[in-house]
Design a binder for this molecule. Structure first.
Ligand code: AMP
Length: 574
């Protein structure tokens, strides 16, 4: 496949708003693929070279990209920076400067998708001495053979600012459209994706062996399983009404880790499926020493415990670092509280009842001080849940998670298998909500200097897979956070509203829905302005929303859903 063909599809996707049209364009593109290149095409659509759990990340900084543009266009870095300041987009800058070159040079070899992908892969995996030079050389080679539009796409891709606005869900829908012309088999692809976190793998398997093979995909070590999510209910009574006799565990406020062990190798993945093994040496050691199994996939929450006390999330977050790991590990030692077992010695356990998984988990963890079982009780009444909840709060935990004893592990989903009960942040709204940033506003007055004044945020409508707006947030930010947002949001801003965002309000800048933030609010009100749960002319909005923290650990499909908002609203009325 020629890279120019792929670029043409990218250009069209970027300019399209209607999701159905995007899905059908992607399905059409798949028709042009074969089993040798479909994996690469899917990764390129996702804006990645490899799934994040492999640790292979393109990560080309703006400076490096500028050097490549300079090498090919003959312009100085100063000239490139001047153009970049004007366009705010290195892709546009490259397109502009390289089109001048294109008029003066002879036509070069046409780029293929294979060639572009292979150079991207080499750039991503170059390391050690001389790797910077090598990266510039590989990128320059692509730029010197590309048309101006191809150069724009290549530069945006390498600097992580591709603007297709294409979620994993749309690609999954497109697989189904490709096979059946509608969404009827999307669950098959979704399940395989939830077990492997690798759409490229799923696509290749599908092209090679067909739908049946995709349906038979099972979890495997070193492919993180997408996490089961927790629902929320108001109080112990509601929880007991829903679950009956249930397991109630402490809700530790740390990082959720998924640990894979196979034949002596241990890898640790974040909730967003990033490989973060190097950050937690004590857990790697603990698992190697104290697990009574050859192959395991399990989950737990890691939290800093000092002098027998749980430290707040602000302490635990400091352990998420690439440098100075061992010093910080001494200062802030982690404990991993394990709560799920998903795979054991060649067997997929996700279909077993929770209680069976937990019993097996109990039997393979040897007594160890760093890696332990999450404490729990089996509750036979709402009073017992309440008592344990208060007990957990007294110990400094965030609350409890009640679990259905008979439920399978719902990878990538929430089906009331887990229900969380948290300490309230406000008298009126029991819980905080996790919303996705879809746009932002420039600052006025004192905030002009930050180029940031507030956020436009949304919740997920799981039926349509769209983000529907629920709040404009202008308070709760520190100066540091405002600069952070100005920087980070600038990198993911878009020319127009993304196709998977539904909004009646304009933002100063739209952004790719990528970042989740936790906010508090006084109550939920009906609103003609916001589209969350909108029926007729009324949606739902948060009243007096306040920014609390960035939920770096959450991916956008884990944010609060429209259904949860409706439930919170109903509860508030009662
Ligand atoms: P939330 O992030 O508020 O939606 O709550 C769900 C999260 O709580 C999970 O993703 C875990 O990171 C965390 N958690 C803490 N303790 C437990 C536990 N015992 N069982 C399951 N999840 C837990």
């Amino acid at each position: 496949m020629l890279f120019s063909d792929l670029t043409a599809v990218f250009e069209k996707l970027e300019a399209t708003r209607a999701r159905l049209e995007i899905t059908s364009d992607v399905a059409k593109l798949l028709k042009e693929c074969d089993s040798r290149n479909v994996r690469k095409v899917v990764y390129l659509l996702q804006g990645i070279v490899q799934p994040s759990f492999t640790g292979v990340d393109l990560g080309v900084g703006d400076k490096l990209a500028q050097q490549a543009i300079s090498r090919v266009s003959g312009k100085t870095i100063k000239q490139i920076e001047a153009s970049y300041r004007k366009t705010g987009d290195l892709g546009e800058t490259g397109k502009e400067l390289l089109s001048i070159k294109a008029q003066t040079s002879l036509v070069n070899a046409e780029l293929s998708v294979d060639k572009v992908y292979d150079n991207f892969y080499k750039i991503a995996t170059a390391s050690g001495q001389g790797s910077q030079d090598l990266k510039i050389k590989l990128l320059s080679e692509l730029l010197s053979n590309s048309s101006p539009v191809e150069a724009k796409v290549i530069l945006r891709f390498t600097t992580g600012s591709l603007r297709l606005g294409l979620g994993d869900q749309t690609i999954i829908d497109a697989f189904s459209f490709f096979e059946k012309g509608d969404k009827s088999v999307k669950q098959v692809f979704e399940k395989a994706f939830n077990f492997t976190s690798d759409l490229g793998f799923v696509a290749e398997l599908f092209f090679e062996k067909g739908l049946q093979a995709v349906d038979e995909v099972k979890p495997m070590p070193f492919n993180p399983i997408r996490p089961a999510l927790a629902e929320r209910l108001q109080d112990s009574k509601e929880i007991f009404e829903k679950l009956g006799k249930c397991s109630v565990e402490g809700k530790y406020d740390g990082f959720r880790l998924q640990v894979h062990l196979s034949n002596g190798r241990v890898e640790i993945y974040s909730r967003k499926q990033e490989k973060i093994t190097e950050m937690f040496p004590e857990i790697v050691e603990g698992v190697k020493k104290y697990f009574n199994a050859k192959q395991v996939i399990f989950e737990g929450e890691a939290i800093v415990v000092k002098d027998g006390k749980f430290l707040p999330f602000q302490a635990t977050i400091q352990r998420k670092r690439k440098h100075g790991v061992s010093e910080k590990a001494k200062e802030l030692p982690l404990k991993l509280y394990c709560f799920e077992l998903l795979y054991l010695d060649g067997k997929d356990l996700t279909g077993l009842k929770y209680e069976q998984r937990r019993t097996k988990l109990d039997s393979i963890i040897k007594n160890n001080t760093d890696v332990v079982l999450a404490n729990r009780i089996i509750a036979s009444s709402s009073e017992e849940i309440e008592e344990y909840f208060l007990d957990c709060l007294a110990k400094g935990l965030e609350g409890v998670i009640a679990k259905d004893l008979n439920a399978p592990y719902v990878a990538g989903g929430r089906k009331f298998a887990w229900i969380k009960l948290k300490k309230s942040y406000s008298d009126k709204l029991v819980d905080t909500v996790d919303v996705v940033i879809v746009g932002y506003y420039y600052g006025k007055g004192k905030r002009t200097q930050f180029g940031f004044g507030g956020l436009l945020t949304a919740v997920l409508n799981e039926d349509s897979n769209e983000f529907e707006t629920i709040a404009k947030i202008g308070t709760g930010f520190s100066e540091e956070q405002m600069s952070f947002f100005q920087n980070e949001l600038g990198k993911i801003k878009l020319k127009q509203k993304p196709s998977n965002v539904s909004s009646l309000i304009d933002a100063d800048e739209w952004v790719q829905p990528k970042i989740v933030v936790e906010i508090a609010a006084d109550e939920i009100t009906k609103s003609p302005m916001h589209t969350a749960g909108m029926v007729g002319r009324e949606g739902y909005a948060l009243r007096f929303p306040r920014f609390l923290r960035i939920r770096e650990d959450k991916s956008v499909d884990e944010c609060t859903t429209v259904l949860e908002v409706l439930e919170l609203f109903e509860r508030q009325r009662r």
